[in-house]
Design a binder for this molecule. Sequence first.
Ligand code: PLP
Length: 423
Amino acid sequence: MSETLQIKSPVATGEKNVFDVEKIRSEFPILSRKVNGKPLVYLDNAATTQKPRAVIDRTNHYYNYENANIHRGLHFLSELATESYEKARLKIKEFINAMSASEIIYVRGATEAINLLATTMCRSGYFKDGDEIIVSHMEHHANIIPWQIMGGRKNVNLKVIPITDEGELDLEAYKKLINEKTKLVSVVHVSNSLGTINPVKEIIKYAHAHNIPVLLDGAQAVPHMRVDVQELDADFYVFSGHKMFAPTGIGVLYGKTKYLDKLPPYQGGGDMIRTVSFEGSTFADLPHKFEAGTPHIAGGIGLGAAIDYLNQFDPMDILRHEENLLNYATEKLSMIDGLRIIGTAKHKSAVVSFVVDGIHPYDIGTIIDTDGIAIRTGHHCTQPIMQRYNVSATARASFAFYNTLEEVDLLAEGLNKVIKLFK
Ligand code: PLP
């Protein structure tokens, strides 16, 4: 096999592929496996997505033909690995339309990105005692706990944007929360437990009018819609590779240079320094200042391959297909007696959270798993939302562009079976 991977997809020519779900499914090896003797129906995409062959092959290719440590050696393999890893950073920059590749910081995922920011912002003296950070009631724990851990040291208080019964942010209440103590607005772009797509542009505009920077948690947005950080004018944007068809253990912190430049390093070690002596050290420029130690090289390259894979489709085709799935699933599940959908916002991504009278979500998940149907049950790392709706857990079906309407039928059939069993 040659040393350079032959890319056969239309990506190289910039052509867009026709959206053909069956063809797409054939490109994800795991989707043709059986679970409990039944064809897999994978509806847990908000937890993690499956990987196309192109990503698996590209990652294998790195280990088979390019493996070496990066940024350090002058030998052939080290240069090759560095080039592939940095090319992937450029692809990420283009994908979210950052101004510069140095604004793309590789991290383990959305969780690490927010921890990095919480740690370095607090360490930099950005927050004072009594300052406030605005989050929303629908945040993932990853956008709550880091602020409590780090901000707690400075008595920084979280202020919470309430949500309506439908699962939409109360924007009037948001505006009232902003005051001279507000130092950051940090909200989720798309909710993982409700599916709500938040009006983040409006949120950013209002915060900026008061000179407050905004962090968006885009973990559930980037796999489903085109995100343009410059158009949004987001100051920070974070996401995870594994939720967008790339490997686990790799993700992105995007930040505007004017903010990242002022923050101190996150971790110390190799690769993040300019000079080191026992008297004191100086640090590398962006993005390396935040990337201490040997990173997940294969993960970064795999994320680049996932972006190449996604780029072959028209994002509108993906959006339309997922909207069809959402509408069909909402209609089908609403017809089931005793089933209540939690999260009925006007603008939703393809996530359907629900509870069924008298049946615990864990029982639903366990029973339909015997039919090969994978859904998520629990609090989805959003306990405040569960408290808001007065439930301990929900069942959640979350879709990706490789799911089909037939799979929605199988989900509805499986749920009807569970209900019959309990009757
Ligand atoms: N934010 C949201 C909205 C999520 O859905 C998740 C994961 O479910 C995270 C953050 C954390 O992502 P990760 O576990 O990949 O760091």
